[in-house]
Design a protein around this ligand. Sequence first.
Ligand code: BV8
Length: 235
Amino acid sequence: MNDIRNIVVLTGAGISAESGIDTFRDAGGLWEQHRVEDVATPEGFARDPELVQRFYDARREAVRTVTPNPAHEALARLDAGWEGHLLIVTQNVDDLHERAGAKRVLHMHGELLSALCAKCQARHAWSEPLIDRPACPGCGEQALRPDVVWFGEMPYEMDRIYAELRRADLFVSIGTSGAVYPAAGFVRDARELGARTLELNLERSEGSYWFHESRQGRAGELVPRWVDEILSIEG
Ligand code: BV8
Protein backbone atom coordinates (compact mmCIF):
# COMPACT_ATOMS: atom_id res chain seq x y z
CA MET A 1 0.00 0.00 0.00
CA ASN A 2 2.95 2.40 0.58
CA ASP A 3 3.73 2.74 -3.14
CA ILE A 4 0.80 5.15 -3.47
CA ARG A 5 1.71 8.71 -4.44
CA ASN A 6 -1.04 9.91 -6.79
CA ILE A 7 -4.73 9.55 -5.92
CA VAL A 8 -7.92 10.32 -7.84
CA VAL A 9 -11.16 10.34 -5.82
CA LEU A 10 -14.54 10.36 -7.63
CA THR A 11 -17.55 11.40 -5.55
CA GLY A 12 -21.27 11.22 -6.28
CA ALA A 13 -24.54 12.15 -4.60
CA GLY A 14 -24.08 9.45 -1.94
CA ILE A 15 -21.35 11.47 -0.21
CA SER A 16 -23.80 14.34 0.34
CA ALA A 17 -26.75 12.12 1.38
CA GLU A 18 -25.91 12.34 5.11
CA SER A 19 -25.87 16.12 4.79
CA GLY A 20 -29.53 15.91 3.82
CA ILE A 21 -29.20 16.40 0.05
CA ASP A 22 -31.36 13.98 -1.97
CA THR A 23 -29.51 11.56 -4.22
CA PHE A 24 -30.80 10.95 -7.75
CA ARG A 25 -31.65 7.27 -7.79
CA ASP A 26 -32.42 6.30 -4.21
CA ALA A 27 -36.05 5.97 -3.19
CA GLY A 28 -37.67 9.42 -3.18
CA GLY A 29 -34.64 10.87 -4.91
CA LEU A 30 -34.49 13.81 -7.28
CA TRP A 31 -35.21 11.81 -10.40
CA GLU A 32 -38.38 10.31 -8.87
CA GLN A 33 -39.80 13.79 -8.49
CA HIS A 34 -38.88 14.84 -12.03
CA ARG A 35 -38.24 13.14 -15.36
CA VAL A 36 -34.54 13.45 -16.16
CA GLU A 37 -35.32 14.44 -19.72
CA ASP A 38 -37.49 17.32 -18.45
CA VAL A 39 -35.02 18.93 -16.04
CA ALA A 40 -31.50 17.76 -16.91
CA THR A 41 -31.31 18.04 -20.69
CA PRO A 42 -30.92 21.04 -23.06
CA GLU A 43 -34.11 19.90 -24.79
CA GLY A 44 -36.02 20.00 -21.49
CA PHE A 45 -34.68 23.50 -20.83
CA ALA A 46 -35.69 24.68 -24.30
CA ARG A 47 -39.16 23.14 -23.85
CA ASP A 48 -39.87 24.61 -20.41
CA PRO A 49 -37.14 26.94 -19.13
CA GLU A 50 -39.20 28.04 -16.11
CA LEU A 51 -39.66 24.45 -14.88
CA VAL A 52 -35.90 23.85 -15.14
CA GLN A 53 -34.97 27.19 -13.55
CA ARG A 54 -37.33 26.48 -10.62
CA PHE A 55 -35.83 22.97 -10.20
CA TYR A 56 -32.31 24.39 -9.93
CA ASP A 57 -33.34 27.52 -7.97
CA ALA A 58 -34.82 25.20 -5.31
CA ARG A 59 -31.63 23.11 -5.17
CA ARG A 60 -29.42 26.23 -5.08
CA GLU A 61 -31.47 27.55 -2.14
CA ALA A 62 -31.43 24.17 -0.37
CA VAL A 63 -27.64 23.86 -0.54
CA ARG A 64 -27.32 26.95 1.68
CA THR A 65 -29.20 25.16 4.47
CA VAL A 66 -27.05 22.00 4.68
CA THR A 67 -23.52 21.44 6.02
CA PRO A 68 -20.63 19.13 5.17
CA ASN A 69 -20.68 15.71 6.85
CA PRO A 70 -17.77 13.62 8.25
CA ALA A 71 -17.08 12.19 4.77
CA HIS A 72 -16.50 15.66 3.27
CA GLU A 73 -14.42 16.61 6.30
CA ALA A 74 -12.27 13.48 6.00
CA LEU A 75 -11.51 14.21 2.33
CA ALA A 76 -10.56 17.78 3.29
CA ARG A 77 -8.19 16.31 5.91
CA LEU A 78 -6.68 14.07 3.21
CA ASP A 79 -6.30 17.10 0.92
CA ALA A 80 -4.49 19.05 3.65
CA GLY A 81 -2.21 16.16 4.62
CA TRP A 82 -1.43 14.37 1.34
CA GLU A 83 1.94 15.32 -0.20
CA GLY A 84 1.46 13.43 -3.47
CA HIS A 85 -0.97 14.35 -6.25
CA LEU A 86 -4.66 14.32 -5.28
CA LEU A 87 -7.69 15.26 -7.32
CA ILE A 88 -11.25 15.07 -5.97
CA VAL A 89 -13.41 14.80 -9.10
CA THR A 90 -16.99 15.33 -8.04
CA GLN A 91 -20.17 14.69 -10.03
CA ASN A 92 -21.98 16.74 -7.39
CA VAL A 93 -23.04 20.31 -8.00
CA ASP A 94 -23.13 21.25 -4.28
CA ASP A 95 -20.21 23.07 -2.61
CA LEU A 96 -19.84 20.80 0.42
CA HIS A 97 -16.32 19.61 -0.48
CA GLU A 98 -15.13 23.23 -0.56
CA ARG A 99 -17.03 24.19 2.59
CA ALA A 100 -15.33 21.30 4.40
CA GLY A 101 -11.99 22.84 3.35
CA ALA A 102 -10.97 20.69 0.36
CA LYS A 103 -8.95 22.61 -2.25
CA ARG A 104 -8.11 20.14 -5.00
CA VAL A 105 -11.73 19.74 -6.22
CA LEU A 106 -13.00 19.53 -9.81
CA HIS A 107 -16.75 19.77 -10.53
CA MET A 108 -17.04 17.78 -13.76
CA HIS A 109 -20.83 18.36 -13.91
CA GLY A 110 -20.74 22.04 -12.95
CA GLU A 111 -21.96 23.81 -9.82
CA LEU A 112 -25.27 25.06 -8.38
CA LEU A 113 -23.55 28.22 -7.11
CA SER A 114 -22.56 29.28 -10.62
CA ALA A 115 -24.52 30.63 -13.59
CA LEU A 116 -23.57 30.09 -17.23
CA CYS A 117 -24.47 32.65 -19.88
CA ALA A 118 -25.93 30.81 -22.88
CA LYS A 119 -25.03 33.85 -25.02
CA CYS A 120 -21.38 34.63 -24.13
CA GLN A 121 -20.51 31.35 -22.33
CA ALA A 122 -19.17 33.26 -19.29
CA ARG A 123 -19.51 31.49 -15.90
CA HIS A 124 -20.39 33.66 -12.89
CA ALA A 125 -20.46 32.82 -9.16
CA TRP A 126 -24.20 32.92 -8.44
CA SER A 127 -26.30 32.24 -5.33
CA GLU A 128 -29.61 33.90 -6.24
CA PRO A 129 -32.61 32.59 -8.23
CA LEU A 130 -32.47 32.64 -12.04
CA ILE A 131 -36.25 32.41 -12.56
CA ASP A 132 -36.54 36.21 -13.09
CA ARG A 133 -34.02 36.12 -15.95
CA PRO A 134 -31.33 38.46 -14.51
CA ALA A 135 -28.88 40.03 -16.98
CA CYS A 136 -25.51 38.37 -17.53
CA PRO A 137 -22.89 40.50 -15.67
CA GLY A 138 -20.64 40.04 -18.72
CA CYS A 139 -22.70 40.68 -21.84
CA GLY A 140 -25.92 42.07 -20.34
CA GLU A 141 -28.10 39.48 -22.11
CA GLN A 142 -30.91 37.78 -20.16
CA ALA A 143 -29.45 34.38 -21.04
CA LEU A 144 -28.23 32.96 -17.72
CA ARG A 145 -28.86 29.23 -17.13
CA PRO A 146 -27.78 26.84 -14.37
CA ASP A 147 -24.07 26.10 -14.76
CA VAL A 148 -24.58 22.34 -14.66
CA VAL A 149 -23.72 19.74 -17.31
CA TRP A 150 -26.92 18.17 -18.64
CA PHE A 151 -27.28 14.85 -20.44
CA GLY A 152 -25.79 15.16 -23.92
CA GLU A 153 -23.46 17.98 -22.84
CA MET A 154 -19.68 17.72 -22.46
CA PRO A 155 -18.51 17.45 -18.84
CA TYR A 156 -15.95 20.04 -17.73
CA GLU A 157 -12.14 19.49 -17.83
CA MET A 158 -12.15 15.96 -19.25
CA ASP A 159 -8.53 16.35 -20.43
CA ARG A 160 -7.38 17.21 -16.92
CA ILE A 161 -9.33 14.27 -15.47
CA TYR A 162 -7.82 11.77 -17.90
CA ALA A 163 -4.33 13.20 -17.27
CA GLU A 164 -4.80 12.57 -13.53
CA LEU A 165 -6.22 9.07 -14.17
CA ARG A 166 -3.16 8.24 -16.28
CA ARG A 167 -0.79 8.94 -13.39
CA ALA A 168 -3.03 7.64 -10.57
CA ASP A 169 -1.71 4.86 -8.31
CA LEU A 170 -5.10 4.70 -6.55
CA PHE A 171 -8.65 5.46 -7.74
CA VAL A 172 -11.36 5.68 -5.06
CA SER A 173 -15.07 6.00 -5.95
CA ILE A 174 -17.37 7.26 -3.16
CA GLY A 175 -21.19 7.43 -3.15
CA THR A 176 -21.99 6.96 -6.81
CA SER A 177 -24.23 4.44 -8.57
CA GLY A 178 -21.97 4.21 -11.61
CA ALA A 179 -24.97 4.92 -13.84
CA VAL A 180 -23.73 7.93 -15.80
CA TYR A 181 -20.85 8.17 -18.27
CA PRO A 182 -18.12 9.18 -18.73
CA ALA A 183 -17.73 9.26 -14.88
CA ALA A 184 -18.90 5.65 -14.58
CA GLY A 185 -16.09 4.57 -16.92
CA PHE A 186 -13.24 6.14 -14.89
CA VAL A 187 -12.74 3.01 -12.75
CA ARG A 188 -12.15 0.90 -15.85
CA ASP A 189 -9.77 3.50 -17.32
CA ALA A 190 -7.84 3.74 -14.02
CA ARG A 191 -7.61 -0.04 -13.63
CA GLU A 192 -6.41 -0.55 -17.20
CA LEU A 193 -3.82 2.19 -16.60
CA GLY A 194 -2.47 0.29 -13.60
CA ALA A 195 -4.14 1.93 -10.59
CA ARG A 196 -5.56 0.10 -7.62
CA THR A 197 -9.31 0.70 -7.43
CA LEU A 198 -11.48 0.99 -4.30
CA GLU A 199 -15.24 1.59 -4.01
CA LEU A 200 -16.85 3.04 -0.86
CA ASN A 201 -20.64 2.97 -1.31
CA LEU A 202 -23.86 2.12 0.53
CA GLU A 203 -24.38 -0.82 -1.84
CA ARG A 204 -22.47 -2.43 -4.69
CA SER A 205 -22.74 -0.07 -7.68
CA GLU A 206 -23.25 -0.90 -11.36
CA GLY A 207 -19.48 -0.76 -11.75
CA SER A 208 -18.51 -2.80 -8.69
CA TYR A 209 -17.10 -5.55 -10.87
CA TRP A 210 -14.22 -3.22 -11.91
CA PHE A 211 -13.02 -2.49 -8.38
CA HIS A 212 -10.18 -4.47 -6.75
CA GLU A 213 -11.96 -3.80 -3.45
CA SER A 214 -15.53 -2.66 -2.67
CA ARG A 215 -16.62 -1.70 0.83
CA GLN A 216 -20.33 -1.24 1.62
CA GLY A 217 -21.55 1.23 4.24
CA ARG A 218 -22.34 4.89 4.87
CA ALA A 219 -19.80 7.40 3.58
CA GLY A 220 -19.81 9.13 6.98
CA GLU A 221 -18.26 5.98 8.47
CA LEU A 222 -16.25 4.48 5.58
CA VAL A 223 -14.48 7.65 4.36
CA PRO A 224 -12.95 8.82 7.67
CA ARG A 225 -11.75 5.24 8.30
CA TRP A 226 -10.18 5.02 4.82
CA VAL A 227 -8.52 8.47 5.17
CA ASP A 228 -6.99 7.41 8.50
CA GLU A 229 -5.62 4.30 6.77
CA ILE A 230 -4.14 6.16 3.80
CA LEU A 231 -2.61 8.96 5.90
CA SER A 232 -1.01 6.47 8.26
CA ILE A 233 0.83 4.73 5.40
CA GLU A 234 2.19 8.00 4.01
CA GLY A 235 4.14 8.28 7.27
C1 BV8 B 1 -21.59 13.00 -22.33
C2 BV8 B 1 -25.67 17.32 -13.28
C3 BV8 B 1 -20.26 13.13 -24.32
C4 BV8 B 1 -26.97 17.98 -13.27
C5 BV8 B 1 -25.80 15.05 -14.15
C6 BV8 B 1 -25.71 5.04 -23.50
C7 BV8 B 1 -24.64 4.38 -22.94
C8 BV8 B 1 -23.64 5.08 -22.26
C9 BV8 B 1 -23.71 6.47 -22.16
C10 BV8 B 1 -24.79 7.11 -22.70
C11 BV8 B 1 -25.79 6.41 -23.38
N1 BV8 B 1 -26.70 7.32 -23.80
C12 BV8 B 1 -26.31 8.56 -23.43
C13 BV8 B 1 -25.14 8.45 -22.77
C14 BV8 B 1 -24.33 9.53 -22.19
C15 BV8 B 1 -24.96 10.03 -20.90
C16 BV8 B 1 -25.20 8.89 -19.94
O1 BV8 B 1 -24.29 8.39 -19.32
N2 BV8 B 1 -26.47 8.49 -19.83
C17 BV8 B 1 -26.80 7.41 -18.89
C18 BV8 B 1 -28.16 7.69 -18.26
C19 BV8 B 1 -26.77 6.09 -19.65
N3 BV8 B 1 -23.98 10.93 -20.35
C20 BV8 B 1 -23.95 12.22 -20.73
O2 BV8 B 1 -24.76 12.71 -21.48
C21 BV8 B 1 -22.78 13.03 -20.22
N4 BV8 B 1 -22.15 13.71 -21.34
O3 BV8 B 1 -21.63 11.79 -22.41
O4 BV8 B 1 -20.96 13.80 -23.28
C22 BV8 B 1 -18.89 12.77 -23.83
C23 BV8 B 1 -18.51 11.42 -23.64
C24 BV8 B 1 -17.24 11.12 -23.21
C25 BV8 B 1 -16.33 12.13 -22.95
C26 BV8 B 1 -16.74 13.45 -23.11
C27 BV8 B 1 -18.01 13.78 -23.53
C28 BV8 B 1 -23.21 14.10 -19.25
C29 BV8 B 1 -23.84 13.45 -18.03
C30 BV8 B 1 -24.03 14.50 -16.94
C31 BV8 B 1 -25.49 14.57 -16.53
N5 BV8 B 1 -25.61 15.46 -15.38
N6 BV8 B 1 -25.84 15.89 -13.10
C32 BV8 B 1 -27.62 17.89 -11.92
O5 BV8 B 1 -26.96 17.53 -10.93
O6 BV8 B 1 -28.80 18.17 -11.89
S1 BV8 B 1 -25.96 13.40 -13.85
C33 BV8 B 1 -26.22 13.03 -12.20
O7 BV8 B 1 -26.42 11.60 -12.10
C34 BV8 B 1 -25.01 13.23 -11.31
O8 BV8 B 1 -24.27 14.36 -11.64
C35 BV8 B 1 -24.20 11.98 -11.46
O9 BV8 B 1 -23.22 12.14 -12.46
C36 BV8 B 1 -25.16 10.99 -12.02
C37 BV8 B 1 -25.17 9.76 -11.18
O10 BV8 B 1 -25.64 10.13 -9.93
P1 BV8 B 1 -24.87 9.67 -8.59
O11 BV8 B 1 -24.04 10.81 -8.14
O12 BV8 B 1 -24.19 8.36 -8.77
O13 BV8 B 1 -26.13 9.51 -7.65
P2 BV8 B 1 -27.16 8.30 -7.64
O14 BV8 B 1 -28.38 8.78 -6.92
O15 BV8 B 1 -27.29 7.71 -9.00
O16 BV8 B 1 -26.41 7.21 -6.74
C38 BV8 B 1 -26.13 7.53 -5.40
C39 BV8 B 1 -25.28 6.38 -4.87
O17 BV8 B 1 -24.90 6.69 -3.53
C40 BV8 B 1 -26.04 5.06 -4.81
O18 BV8 B 1 -25.19 4.03 -5.31
C41 BV8 B 1 -26.33 4.87 -3.32
O19 BV8 B 1 -26.28 3.50 -2.95
C42 BV8 B 1 -25.17 5.61 -2.69
N7 BV8 B 1 -25.48 6.16 -1.37
C43 BV8 B 1 -26.65 6.70 -0.93
N8 BV8 B 1 -26.49 7.12 0.35
C44 BV8 B 1 -25.20 6.87 0.69
C45 BV8 B 1 -24.55 6.27 -0.40
N9 BV8 B 1 -23.26 5.90 -0.35
C46 BV8 B 1 -22.58 6.13 0.79
N10 BV8 B 1 -23.14 6.71 1.88
C47 BV8 B 1 -24.43 7.09 1.87
N11 BV8 B 1 -24.97 7.66 2.96
